[in-house]
Unconditional design. Structure first.
Length: 408
């Protein structure tokens, strides 16, 4: 007979005891930090900070704190968090400098044409040096103005003095944080690279010059031949200041626009099918899923990773609906919370709330999730509540009062 224990009133096996203890500890840590940070308030306005602790394990917890700039500064002071300077990000429009050997001119032309056709500006000698120009001055201008130095390394170019000089200049600019250095290998093993170049990722490129991965990384504006449309993953996130990469936003958009209820497990994708829907490469999709790990559940099992099922959590819709829907869950949650707190006759049944507001379940669910994640509602989730995320909306009076006051 297998050995078992009772944990929190449930029977667990010896195998599952460690997981149960881990889950309980994670919940305890989340509650502790949410309570600790949520008790900090601005003495002048009386507004409380709001803390959302996300993550499924102790080594993957993250804390998102909401409040006014002054309140966030008070939180940092009380918790002893030292503010760090923002990363020095180059704000110039990206321009790629392309270095190559004359023997590889055909492949270099294909690469330059692809960059231009996909909206990436390119400094290439065939376009930028005209009759009578000084070669040295033109090349120096290209090197000084580039944000991405690309060198096509091949058996033809690896020992060319002119290419080596351009590599030296590109490396100096990289060390001075003036540009990114991108070595592309064509028919050249890593063993033939210098020690310095071996420390960098050097993707291979064939004679067809296919550089789709670079197109997703260096997107800009050019005065040269007419630019084609940018990749769909970039254009879908254009103008959205979310703090997430365009690839991550492309995945979020798929879920937000295709979900019918905004609930957990509403949609069923594999990593591969999600990549195809978002117009991303498989590697970019995997990286974007890692970036969205607090909003996405990837069910891993033995087999090809591209076949893993991908499920969006409720909180994805609460955080990303605002970008592609006609509503903002944060504003909806404030209205819902205020009505729960102020109106004693306000209904708790989800269907009645929808009828009162003229909302569909797809709109109500993210607002409920938004309040739940901020611990303003009692947990009333369960099976058989579809199309709603919960079968009843019951507010926590004190938490709701602080939530509303902090946003007034």
């Amino acid at each position: 007979m297998p050995l078992g224990w009772k944990f929190n009133g449930r029977s667990v096996s010896a195998k599952g005891l460690g997981d149960a203890l881990q889950d309980a500890l994670v919940k305890q840590v989340k509650a502790h930090y949410a309570e600790q940070i949520g008790s900090i308030r601005d003495p002048e306005t009386g507004a409380f900070a709001t803390a959302i602790v996300r993550g499924g394990s102790l080594d993957d917890l993250s804390v998102h704190i909401e409040g006014s700039p002054k309140l966030l500064e008070i939180v940092r002071d009380q918790l002893g968090i030292n503010a760090t300077g923002a990363e020095n990000v180059d704000k110039r429009k990206p321009v790629a400098f392309l270095s190559y050997a004359t023997e590889d001119k055909g492949t270099a032309k294909l690469i330059a044409d692809q960059l231009i056709a996909n909206g990436v500006d390119v400094w290439w000698d065939q376009w930028c040096i005209n009759a009578g120009d000084s070669l040295r001055r033109k090349i120096e201008e290209g090197l000084d103005n580039c944000t991405h130095f690309i060198v096509l390394l091949s058996p033809n170019s690896i020992d060319k003095p002119w290419v080596q000089q351009e590599i030296d200049a590109g490396l100096l600019n990289k060390l001075a944080d003036k540009c990114k250095f991108i070595p592309l290998r064509m028919g050249l093993p890593v063993s033939r690279l210098s020690v310095f170049l071996r420390t960098m990722l050097s993707p291979t490129v064939d004679a067809d010059g296919n550089i789709k991965q670079l197109i997703d990384e260096i997107h800009g504006v050019s005065r040269k031949p007419p630019l084609g449309p940018p990749p769909s993953a970039i254009s879908s996130a254009a103008g959205i200041n979310s703090g997430y990469s365009p690839a991550a936003m492309a995945l979020a958009k798929v879920f937000v626009t295709e979900s019918e209820t905004g609930c957990f497990a509403d949609l069923d994708f594999t990593v591969q099918s999600l990549a195809e829907r978002a117009g991303l490469t498989l590697d970019d999709t995997k990286d974007a899923l890692h970036e969205l790990r607090n909003f996405i559940d990837v069910r891993r099992f033995m087999g090809d990773a591209s076949d893993y099922p991908v499920i969006a959590k409720d909180v994805l819709y609460a955080n990303f609906d605002q970008h592609w829907k006609d509503w903002n869950p944060a504003k909806d949650a404030l209205r819902l919370g205020a009505d729960i707190l102020n109106d004693e006759s306000f209904p708790s049944e989800c269907q009645k709330i929808c009828e009162l507001y003229g909302w569909e379940p797809r709109r109500l669910n993210p607002a409920v999730t938004y309040l739940s994640e901020r611990r303003c509602l009692w947990d009333r989730k369960g099976l058989g509540t579809a199309p709603f995320a919960t079968y009843e909306v019951i507010g926590k009076v004190d938490e709701l009062r602080r939530f509303i006051r902090s946003r007034s």
